[in-house]
Write a protein that binds this ligand. Structure first.
Ligand code: ADP
Ligand code: ZN
Length: 285
């Protein structure tokens, strides 16, 4: 059996699958203190003969095996999780290969192999929800460098007339700060879900997301940029993003047809778990 753990900022999802990747059992628990969450996950997994595990965790996390923080959660406001040795804790209970990466990377991998990007090799996956996170796949492989990408914190050129610097405590005008769900909420004075489809805030939102896609396009030349997360359920933003992207990129590089280039995730909420199970299988094959 293969296991995938999707460790999100609000909830954990754990799934166990057979060799054909049919999910045989699934388990969810809220992201409480690790002393509560870890024993729950461990006793769930101990019911099965686990051969390998893939973990996709909220971050930032240590992904560089040469650094002391490898396998750990880095700075986070979540109680108990700061510097928590996630990988080390799992290894004490499971003597099996464990793939360790970010939550967005496992989702990107799921979309690559079984979602919107099947048949492609170079993609970027962005989730726009409580934060903005992104995973980059290059030649079929998840890209990690010295650390993992933090695409949500790409710095933006402000939209003309927009003096809202955003809600990121680290940066003025970073993508997450100006365009994640809480930024929409702060602009609107109400939950983003409650905004009308034709509210002009969606034009501002599309401008910043499009600028993010421009930056990613010139940096990585992906074949597709996929949006997931709660805010991406606002279907009306996709045409706005494509239009603004065209204007901002100004035909500088070749890109695929825009309705095939800037797309909604194909696997929805399952992208992470499916990607995780695929990675768990691949590390023991
Ligand atoms: P999380 O990031 O915690 O996994 P979501 O992807 O649902 O969860 O993101 C939650 C954020 O996205 C909140 O700020 C919420 O207001 C916003 N959001 C969620 N769903 C929608 C929606 N359909 N339309 C607009 N905003 C949404
Ligand atoms: Zn930031």
């Amino acid at each position: 059996m293969y296991a995938a753990i999707e460790a999100g900022g609000t909830k954990f999802v754990v799934a166990v699958a057979d060799h054909d990747l049919n999910i045989v059992s699934r388990f969810k628990t809220a992201t409480e203190h690790p002393e509560v969450v870890m024993p729950r996950i461990i006793s769930f997994l101990q019911q099965f003969e686990i051969e390998s595990i893939a973990v996709g965790s909220f971050g930032p996390i240590g992904v560089n095996p040469n650094l002391a923080n490898y396998g750990k959660i880095k700075h986070t406001p979540k109680k108990g999780w700061q510097d928590f040795d996630f990988l080390g804790n799992l290894k004490r209970f499971f003597d099996v290969p464990i793939y360790w990466t970010t939550d967005v990377n496992i989702a990107a991998y799921g979309e690559l192999k079984m979602g919107a990007a099947q048949g492609k090799k170079n993609i970027v996956y962005l989730t726009v929800g409580t934060g903005i996170g992104g995973g980059v796949i290059v030649d079929g492989q998840i890209m990690t460098g010295y650390s993992h990408p933090e695409i949500g914190h790409i710095l933006m050129q402000p939209m003309a007339g927009d003096d809202f610097k955003g809600v990121c405590p680290y940066h003025a005008y970073c993508l997450e700060g100006v365009a994640a769900g809480p930024a929409l909420g702060a602009r609107a004075g109400k939950k983003a879900e409650l905004l009308e489809i034709n509210d002009p805030i969606w034009d501002t939102e599309a401008f910043y997301l499009a600028q993010g896609v421009c930056d990613l396009t010139v940096a990585f030349a992906p074949e597709m940029v996929i949006f997931g997360g709660g805010v991406s359920n606002q279907n009306q933003i996709f045409d706005k993003i494509r239009k603004s992207f065209k204007e901002q990129l100004n035909n500088y590089v070749d890109v695929p047809e825009l309705d095939q280039y800037i797309v909604h995730a194909g696997l929805g909420n399952d992208a992470g778990i499916i990607g995780g199970l695929l990675l768990a299988k691949e590390i023991v094959q």
